[in-house]
Design a protein around this ligand. Sequence first.
Ligand code: C2E
Ligand code: CA
Ligand code: CA
Length: 626
Amino acid sequence: MFNYNYEIASLLFLGIVAWRFTKFRQFPLLSNRVFGIILFFATADILCDIASIVTMRPEFPVCVSFTFNTLYYILQLLIPCALIVYMLALLSNTRKITSMHYIKAMLPSFIFTAVMLIGLPMGYVFSISSDYVYSRGPLSGITYVGFSVNILISLVLLYYFRKEIPAAVRNSYIFLTVISVACVFIQYLNHSLLVTSIGLTASITIMYFNIQDPNRMLDSTTDAFNHSAFRIFLDSCINGNKHINIASFHINDLRRANTLYGNKNTDRLLKNYSQFLSSRNNPWVFRLSGARFVIITGSDDEIDRISQYPAVFSITTDTGSLLTVDISRYIIKSAEKLNTNILLNIIESTSIISGSNNDRFFEINEKTVKQVERKIRIESILKDSVETGTGFSMNYQPLYSAEKERFVSAESLLRFFHPELGTIHPDEFIPVAEAKGLAPRLDEMVIGLVFKEISAGTFDALGFDYVQINLSVESFANENIISYIRQMLRKYSVSPDFIVFEITETATSCSSDVIRNKMLMLRKMGFRFAMDDFGTGYSSIARQLTLPFSIVKLDKSLLSSSRDIFSELVRVLSRLGVTIIAEGVENEEEAEFVKDTGVRILQGYYYSCPVPADSLRQSVEKTPER
Ligand code: C2E
Ligand code: CA
Ligand code: CA
């Protein structure tokens, strides 16, 4: 009397979907998990239906079929309820969905289920008769009512949030509703035609096509979740107001690893590293960029454990290749305005967060968010400003010669003013410009401005012997830099021996042939070079001085922290015959100390702050005899 061939066919289909769903590592989004539950419910539902029919025979006790049948109807109430939860889970990617929302959405189904269960022993829903296995009671239509109520709720939700639900999901929902209503209706009219399962299976198959494509969420080299997965996951964490900790693993010198071990071996190494990270009970391992992996966890203890991972990684079977890793961890403390973009920015540019310490432990709070917002803002305005040159001006800080007892030079220092953000310091915008590849353009602009000032006679009038210009190391990669400088020399009739270019010690410690060749060319033209911020890097003096530097500027930090090193460096450098400049001389005591060590040229607030060109004379004359 019951024909369950449809059910068997449905079961096969569901089996295929379930196999695909479990075979590929699914991105464990809430909506994907709910889909897993729906899949499970549907399979169980159909199995119960088949079981209730198969056991409807005299050789089985009556209660067996009865139980399966009851389960079948309960699941029919739970499936549409799960569909509503699925929709809420989708919405949680874009808005805050609380557990209260979920409870409200599930309430009708629970009430119907409760009524059904309570009605059961009284025979209101189904009763067991002697000839039939069971028969329908006066309340047997309750499952249909419950089903319809749930469908109605989901349609209302769908209409209400139509703008936030992806079109594909929306359409499949409508399709799914039509099909299941039709099937339930058919079955309601004709009990022996078990087509509900067909509708259910068709709907689930369609839904499956709309869930996250697992391959799009994975990084193909390492099998870790990729950047887009990270975005989706973070969005859902932030919207759900979840407490999260993040550990970041930055692989140092990946490029060098590629040259040393070859791309293939490095990829293998990375894959192994990714596996190492995920094998330690960390489900949420993401590869954020080529050199950065990230783990997210909600537990504070776990993040402590994770950040203790070794900083050196090699494959046990091969001792040749290894990666060194910088591990940082971030805890998120009440940051209301935090969004995924800002968080990504924080992780990618930790150096700009003030208050970070050597422990590489970062607390993300309102202040960090503000700093990063400012940085993002600077990034967005810098490009246009650099292109048009608006907002930039030069300041000059005079350099005092203790030997000649007068000011002999000035260092040009760039200033940037923005109507909304106010004055932005070079320490803030130069790193951004360098990261954005804008530094060469910026340096060209500075060269133009300073040459123009020189040709206006500002420095001659003050009796200066030369002017110093800071260059970013990126400028040496600029093909046109030399011809640009030549062009400017001609335009402003400036003599190269009036110019000293400053390049930082750290920039030149990774010295390449490109830097060296360009420096030699400029040197030949008559320019000189000063090594800036000496004493902050780790390079050996001997190696540094293989580059054509004639001046070394001792970093201001040496003066305030390590006087012994300062004197020692001065002694060594004097013997090498380079001119020494002491930076950051802030008071008389420091000036005396510096002069005692034998340094002849001094620069710092004690002599003068950096000032605009037209204030330079006043600044120089105001300074009493030193
Ligand atoms: P820097 O080349 O080491 O410049 C010296 C910095 O120390 C300047 O900061 C200057 O204002 C500051 N300073 C001068 N005297 C004292 C002192 O007595 N005590 C202390 N504590 N600081 C002093 P500023 O102007 O903010 O520049 C910061 C950095 O930005 C510069 O460091 C330089 O690396 C970069 N920069 C500035 N202008 C340019 C430019 O035109 N082009 C490029 N590529 N970089 C620039
Ligand atoms: Ca400098
Ligand atoms: Ca410096």
